[in-house]
Design a protein around this ligand. Structure first.
Ligand code: NDP
Length: 336
């Protein structure tokens, strides 16, 4: 039986193999492809652990234009924040559709950190005002740092404020922002202080109740709502979602998984048609994005398996070209 060499790409290797701007380009491509119907994307399977301290998700997808097939298998344990372990851990398996070969196993923590922020960067480019540059970040973990990098790639930033509940976490984030990205961030004492006058807001917290309220958000702001990924959880209050022009990564996912949309909908604030459409539709030009400078736009991100597969495919190609990663043979040693 012939060998089955498989490329392993580690967490440490991912950032050097796919830059934020290149990942943003890959995410714009794959979301446009999704809008054109060039993907198979079942809803993800998620279950919580019995005591509720974490969850497991299986996220499969196929990109039909390139023949890339894959699945991300990931655990989410929010309590890991501040320990040596990421709150998101797992692997992306990348296959090719021609003969069904498994090509690569890639670290999922780093892919999730990168691709989620890259998608928010694409949303910000498409939906924020051209002159937006006053950024607020609510949350100070893994996504906070990659979102800072993506927002800096999307718009020239004039000012950055950050808040999370624990000032020590905010201080660590401010330090990492300066050291790793050379961006000055002001740590502030409340979410309201962070968003006051901001024209780009990223909510990247593990909150289950609103951390962002309509009364605080400036006219014309763009909000990337990234944190809450379950139908029971949300980061935005109902007034904010009701007052905004709402875009999602995928309509079907938002209608099944997004507490930020489903909770105000259950309160009778609006119906399914409050979702204007998907980011990919804006990218291919079939849906208008922002329609005026005073409008508040919200991009509700849940995260899609097509994003993981597209990132994995780009990483696989770059690793092969640059001779990085480690090859293993799943078939084991040949028999004699
Ligand atoms: P981290 O664990 O690294 O950071 C979580 C952050 O949330 C910390 O800054 C923490 O800071 C803050 N936080 C925790 N609990 C609460 C709370 N109850 N209220 C307010 N803030 C809280 O997680 P990540 O950065 O990796 O992920 C952030 C969020 O984004 C998670 O909810 C995650 O599930 C979601 N996510 C979404 C993705 C998508 O595609 N849309 C992809 C990946 C993640 P402090 O304790 O100081 O408040």
């Amino acid at each position: 039986m012939p060998g089955m060499p498989i490329l392993f790409v580690s967490r440490a290797e991912v950032p050097g193999l796919l830059s934020m701007p290149d990942c943003m380009a890959a995410m714009a491509d794959v979301l446009a492809g999704l809008a054109r119907g060039e993907a198979i994307l079942p809803l993800r399977q998620v279950f919580r652990f019995p005591d509720g301290h974490g969850a497991f998700a299986a996220m499969p997808a196929m990109l039909t234009a390139t023949g890339a097939v894959g699945i991300k298998a990931i655990t989410v344990v929010p309590g890991n924040h501040g320990t040596a372990l990421d709150s998101h851990q797992g692997a992306v398996l990348l296959f090719e559709a021609g003969h069904g070969e498994l090509l690569a196993v890639l670290d999922a923590s780093s892919i999730t950190a990168l691709r989620t922020a890259a998608v928010s960067g694409v949303a910000t480019r498409a939906l924020a005002r051209e002159d937006a540059g006053d950024l607020a970040i609510l949350g100070s973990g893994v996504q906070a740092l990659t979102h800072l990098e993506a927002m800096a790639a999307a718009r020239p930033l004039r000012r950055v404020r950050a808040w999370s509940r624990d000032p020590a976490n905010v201080a660590t984030f401010v330090k990492h922002a300066r050291k790793r990205l050379e961006i000055a961030v002001e740590g502030v004492a409340s979410a309201q202080d962070a968003v006051d006058g901001a024209d780009i807001v990223c909510t990247v917290s593990a909150a289950r109740e609103p951390v962002l309220h309509a009364a605080w958000v400036a006219e014309g702001a763009h909000v990337n709502a990234v944190g809450a990924s379950l139908r029971t959880d949300r980061e935005l209050d109902s007034d904010l979602v009701a007052a905004s022009r709402l875009f999602v990564d995928r309509r079907e996912s938002a209608q099944n998984e997004a507490g930020d949309f489903l909770i105000p909908k259950a309160e009778g604030r609006f119906g399914d048609d409050h979702i204007r459409g998907e980011l990919g539709e804006v990218l291919v030009g079939s849906l208008p994005g922002r329609t005026g400078p005073r409008e508040i736009t919200v991009f509700k991100s849940l995260g899609l398996a097509v994003e993981d597969v597209a990132a994995a495919q780009a990483l696989f190609e770059n690793a092969r070209r640059l001779n990085r990663g480690t090859w293993f043979d799943l078939a084991g040693p040949a028999e004699h």
